[in-house]
Design a protein around this ligand. Sequence first.
Ligand code: DAT
Ligand code: MG
Length: 149
Amino acid sequence: MECTLVLVKPDGVQRGLIGEIISRLERRGLKLVGMKLMKVDDALARQHYGEHVDRPFFAGLVDFITSSPVVAMAWEAENAVEAVRSTMGQTNPTTSPPGTIRGDLALDIGRNLVHGSDSPESAQRELALFFTAAELVDYTRANDGWMKE
Ligand code: DAT
Ligand code: MG
């Protein structure tokens, strides 16, 4: 089963949207297998956003993600990466469709509430940055038979 990393970013925590964001993923049917409230330090921020190191917004991005706690989560589904990305919407909230987290709840590309891994390979790399294997919980849900044919 595919697993992906989701972060409720500092703006989501500060705006009281942790529950709203979790609820959207939970109601869609993804399975929560790891979760923690934590501060991201400079080293973790730089590793996590390493692909953007040469972009002009990199310094601001590191400052932002380290500015206040985040909620880090691991979510599982058959196509977890794609399911989370489509629930999140596009990077820029103003062009993100209504019905998505960013399209419904955000307006600024630098304050877009949520992170989701962009590929299964990124998900594996990012999950290993935020979670140990022991922090990912293996369990079955009673309603799984009602979620999939
Ligand atoms: P996403 O978070 O949709 O995967 P990304 O990986 O391209 O987007 O960029 C990571 C974050 O960096 C993004 O959520 C917000 C910020 N960012 C991206 N492009 C930006 C830009 N042009 N100006 C300011 N911040 C930007
Ligand atoms: Mg990305």
